[in-house]
Design a protein around this ligand. Structure first.
Ligand SMILES: [Mn+2]
Length: 343
């Protein structure tokens, strides 16, 4: 449960129009949390829209309510009008306005007299929100939305659709309940959600067993390119635009690829480099680690990124080759952390 301040409860009774914003390149947690909160607040007679900065990946297009999500890149004007009249603006699964993209961030910063509400589980939250529910010990924002609804005594309003969205968010952010962020509390929530009549097996199949042949071929390509550096317990994959084009890359196709590096015996750190469509836009990087290795610190120090200890992201503005070169140069600085035995 999340302790909800009285001032916030009061705000909810006054709000007529509201909006929820999730981060750019939304994942299962961002969309699961956003859709669940939207459906819950609608039951409180709040007029509310869910806004994603850019398009939704195909593997999530079945989520209950997904067809009503507004896309800032496609409906900029309409969304700006909606946000102007929204008294409360929820930001979910991110804690820094830069995570919505440049143009959207710029617009959000022009909004005065709007109450921002942050619900998020990443480290180092920025200071834009009047109400800040930030807890990095939580597995996912979806777990926090469950606790948030519980804090408002609203558990009885969680129906099968809301439960399906929350379960999807928790399942994807915990790698099906196997990452270290999974706690007894996470499991209790999963059980409560199952009691709401969700089909957990169907959710698993929709997310993980619904790949296209192109995606599997791209995975084959990625695994063939996997490089292991035993002295650093590090595995990495670099995918270029031509690799992606060869397999008709669709948004979301490389989701989860980085984790294969960690499945290697003796790998404690796995990295995936993804060249951006526009070559001079640089490279997107995903970092994953086992045990105590701080993937987020590595991402933050050299790759303009951050995140959680075991899962982080970053980017560069240089070419794929230069990015990998920088990575190989900086890796030795973390040799002590990488050589410590993770038990
Ligand atoms: Mn999340």
């Amino acid at each position: 449960m999340i302790e909800i301040p009285e001032s916030f409860k009061k705000l909810l009774t006054q709000v007529k129009h509201s909006a929820i914003i999730i981060h750019r390149n939304p994942d299962g947690d961002a969309l699961g949390a956003g859709l669940a909160l939207k459906q819950y607040l609608q039951k409180q007679n709040i007029d509310i829209d869910l806004i994603s900065p850019n398009e939704i990946p195909n593997y999530l297009k079945w989520l209950p309510g997904i067809n009503d999500v507004l896309i800032f890149e496609q409906q900029t004007q309409k969304i700006q009008e909606i946000l102007k009249k929204s008294q409360a603006i929820f930001t979910l699964d991110f804690n820094d306005l830069s995570r919505v993209g440049k143009d959207f961030e710029k617009f959000l910063k022009t909004l005065n007299n709007h109450t921002f509400v942050m619900i998020d589980h990443h480290l180092e939250p920025a200071n834009y929100a009047e109400f800040k529910f930030s807890d990095p010990s939580k597995s996912s924002t979806s777990e926090m939305i469950f606790d948030f609804i519980s804090g408002l005594n609203g558990q009885n309003l969680i129906d099968k659709d809301i439960a399906t969205c929350l379960y999807t968010g928790i399942m994807t952010d915990t790698g099906s309940f196997k990452f270290p962020n999974t706690t007894p509390h996470t499991m209790c929530i999963a059980a409560d959600l199952m009691k709401k009549g969700i089909n957990h097996n169907e959710i698993q199949i929709k997310i993980y067993d619904s790949f296209s042949l192109d995606k599997l071929h791209l995975l084959g390509e990625a695994l063939n390119k996997l490089i292991f550096l035993p002295q650093y317990k590090t595995a990495y994959i670099a995918l270029s635009q031509s690799d992606l084009k060869k397999h008709h890359y669709q948004k979301g196709d490389t989701e989860g690829f980085v984790n294969y590096g960690l499945s290697l015996k003796d790998a404690d750190f796995a990295v995936m480099f993804l060249e951006n469509e526009n070559e001079n836009e640089g490279v997107r990087i995903s970092f994953r680690s086992k045990g105590n290795f701080p993937a987020n610190e590595f991402a933050k120090r050299y790759f303009n990124g951050g995140g959680h200890k075991n899962a982080a992201g970053g980017r560069t503005q240089t070419s794929l080759d230069e990015t990998v070169k920088l990575f190989l140069e900086k890796l030795p600085e973390f040799i002590t952390e990488l050589q410590v035995k993770n038990d």
